[in-house]
Design a protein around this ligand. Structure first.
Ligand SMILES: NC(=O)c1ccc[n+]([C@@H]2O[C@H](COP(=O)([O-])OP(=O)(O)OC[C@H]3O[C@@H](n4cnc5c(N)ncnc54)[C@H](OP(=O)(O)O)[C@@H]3O)[C@@H](O)[C@H]2O)c1
Length: 240
């Protein structure tokens, strides 16, 4: 993978390029087609490529926690993040893998799936939900996951992020989807965007990387990497 910006380089150390600048930092990682769509036939797989999967892996290795919306967890059949030998150095002093934290109101999650049954005790899946979520499902979920209540009717994204940080999970990697991203951006919580632009036009009605309330987050372009026509852009939020 080569670097185009800020200074051209032939080979990039991804762990270095994506090191978190501080402990409390919310990074959004998404892949989109050249026309902005974030799924193809309902999932993101067709937009991804070898380099994107490598970046995706390094970003997970660097994170304290992986945050995702329940629709993403359901459609992309999320399992627990499995430790990789290449993460050992990245995660020194931390558990071998980050837990997955799922945002949901309905708690319509398959608690018999590997995400809940195969997560290691050091990376127990976290469910972030609301006071009004069905009580029986909340109790059932608590048998398989750590449950955080962060809001009355809807999860309040600022409360959710603060609750993760209080647990020592401040380096947050949000993997979408667009509806969660839209709310995080509207709440002013997105510190960084890692966007892979796939060399593909998809049309259709796939959402853009943010789907929801209008917001405005000025960004600085920190780097652009390239491999096989895929662009890997890292933007950081302009300081207020
Ligand atoms: N291109 C990419 O990089 C990428 C990345 C991720 C996902 N995707 C694609 O995006 C699609 C899914 O994204 P999406 O935007 O439709 O959904 P999403 O953001 O993944 O999840 C939406 C769900 O999250 C829960 N939720 C959202 N806001 C909430 C709130 N304030 N309080 C409580 N719960 C809340 C609800 O879950 P409940 O229904 O359980 O209450 C809601 O149905 C899939 O097609 C996936 O393949 C693409």
């Amino acid at each position: 993978m080569r670097r185009i910006l800020p200074s051209p380089a032939d080979d990039v150390d991804l762990a270095d390029a994506y090191a978190y600048p501080r402990r409390d930092w919310l990074r959004l990682n998404m892949v989109a087609g050249a026309d902005g769509g974030t799924w193809l036939k309902g999932v993101s797989e067709g937009l991804s490529g070898k380099g994107d999967r490598r970046v995706f892996g390094v970003l997970r290795g660097l994170a304290d926690v992986v945050l995702a919306g329940a629709a993403t967890v359901r459609t992309e059949a999320y399992g627990p993040a499995r430790p990789r030998p290449s993460w050992r150095e990245l995660r020194e002093g931390r558990p071998l893998a980050p837990p997955i934290a799922v945002i949901t109101r309905r708690l319509d999650l398959d608690l018999a799936s590997p995400l809940f049954t195969e997560a290691e005790p050091y990376a127990r899946t976290i469910v972030i939900t609301t006071e009004r979520a069905p009580k029986d499902r909340r109790e059932e979920a608590a048998r398989y996951a750590d449950v955080i209540v962060a809001g009355d009717d809807r999860v309040d994204m600022a409360l959710a992020v603060a609750a993760l940080s209080e647990r020592g999970l401040g380096r947050i990697l949000c993997e979408g989807g667009p509806r969660i991203n839209g709310q995080l951006a509207a709440a002013g919580l997105v510190d960084e965007l890692c966007l892979t632009i796939s060399p593909l036009l998809t049309g259709g009605d796939a959402a853009r990387i943010l789907n929801g309330p209008a917001s405005s987050t000025p960004l600085n372009l920190s780097h652009v990497l390239e491999e096989e026509g895929f662009l890997f852009c890292k933007y950081t939020r302009e300081p207020n």
